[in-house]
Ligand binder design. Sequence first.
Ligand SMILES: [Zn+2]
Length: 87
Amino acid sequence: MAPKVTYPQRMCVACRERFEQRSLLRLQCKQQQLLSFSGSGRSFYLCYECTKNEKKATRALARACKSGDMNYLSTQLKEIITDVRKS
Ligand SMILES: [Zn+2]
């Protein structure tokens, strides 16, 4: 018998693979602004492998945010990652 998975699994929007929720970066979009998840509203997840793949991550963010502003999205993603690592 396989051991039961007890951690919640979430899908990365870029590679569509499932990971433990705690190992993913949780993001959200408000009025096409990319933000780290604030505790309410819709959110989505990126795995850390995909955050390192800028093109792939940015394309996925554009889909999730319904925004075509790739420059903004990649800049904002980098800022969010930097903030997450500081805290
Ligand atoms: Zn991924």
